[in-house]
Design a binder for this molecule. Structure first.
Ligand code: ZN
Length: 303
């Protein structure tokens, strides 16, 4: 019943707000994750208003739209989201909206599915954490610029210039992280974290990735998984394991305790940003700053 009322509310607000868009002549854009918010701000620049639904430390797998969010969504000229079922609980809302005047844009639709990592955990059948391969994030940038230019042709040149400037920065990021990773011996490139957000990272930059919780935070790690992984850590002499900013610490702490109970030590190498960026206004509050921070934290702790 609640659901029906919710969708009814969406429909009503839709009708009420149909013509109420483009405040100050700028496109009103709503985004989901902080990575996408940062991306759209970089490419849209001063020509767009961007409102991100999810903030620091927010887990997109579990995120549900609030009434305020629904209001923002129906007023938006464009909605950008990750897709591949990352925003698992928002999919229903988006599908409902898609049948109306505007279709939310899943940036992952721009990617060649044949190159993605499969996953049984998601309804999409793919691992959705694609932003951890910078090449995929570059394709997100291309798609964003294309959509903005289509919807707002007067500013197409600006969007194109912003995109090119941002792509240059992403290329510099690729160079810098490659150099940092090169300082870590190959046999030490094993990344153990709370949930499997880093498979694309591992594939792109040469790390073996082991997630304790499975690929979505919606499933909890079992005692057996913890014991198995503890043995693996001891065998491979892994020095550090990592907490994630958007996932509770307890699973990684349980793993650390399991290693200790077997007479060994593994340290917690730091907190990685996985499904959300750091606080706005800090370096880690941007995609580029987050990526560099993660790579430095991983490499320093595993050396
Ligand atoms: Zn995740």
């Amino acid at each position: 019943m609640k659901k029906i009322i919710f969708f009814l509310a969406i429909t009503l607000i839709f009708k009420a707000c149909k013509d109420e868009s483009k405040a100050n002549g700028k496109l009103n854009i709503v985004t989901t994750t902080t990575m996408i918010t940062d991306l759209v701000q970089n490419i849209g620049g001063d020509m767009v208003n961007v409102q991100g639904l999810m903030g620091y430390g927010v887990d997109p797998h579990l995120y549900k739209a609030s009434e305020g969010d629904v209001n923002k969504l129906v007023k938006a000229d464009i909605i950008f989201y990750n897709g591949l079922h990352l925003e698992g609980k928002l999919v229903e809302v988006f599908e409902k909206m898609g049948s109306k005047t505007k279709t939310p844009i899943a940036l992952a639709d721009a990617l060649d599915k044949r190159t993605l990592i499969g996953s049984e955990y998601f309804a999409s059948n793919f691992d959705p954490h694609v932003w951890f391969d910078i090449n995929y994030f570059k394709q997100f940038a291309e798609k964003t610029a294309t959509i903005l230019s289509e919807r707002n042709p007067e500013n197409a040149k600006t969007f194109e210039a912003n995109k090119n400037a941002y792509l240059t920065k992403l290329e510099a990021l690729q160079t810098s992280i490659t150099q940092i990773i090169a300082t870590l011996p190959k046999e030490k490139r094993i990344l153990v974290t709370a949930h499997d957000a880093f498979n694309y990272f591992g594939k792109a930059y040469g790390f073996e990735v082991v997630g304790l919780q499975g690929i979505s935070t919606a499933t909890e790690a079992g005692v057996q998984d913890v014991q198995k992984l503890a043995t693996f850590i001891i065998e491979k002499q892994i020095k550090a394991i990592f907490v994630e900013s958007s996932v509770p610490k307890r699973t990684i702490e349980a793993l650390q305790a399991a290693v200790k109970s077997k007479g060994h030590d593994v340290k917690i190498g730091g907190t990685l940003y996985s499904d959300a960026l750091g606080n706005a206004g800090t370096a880690e509050g941007t995609y580029i700053g987050m990526f560099e921070y993660n790579v430095k934290t991983i490499v320093n702790a595993l050396k």
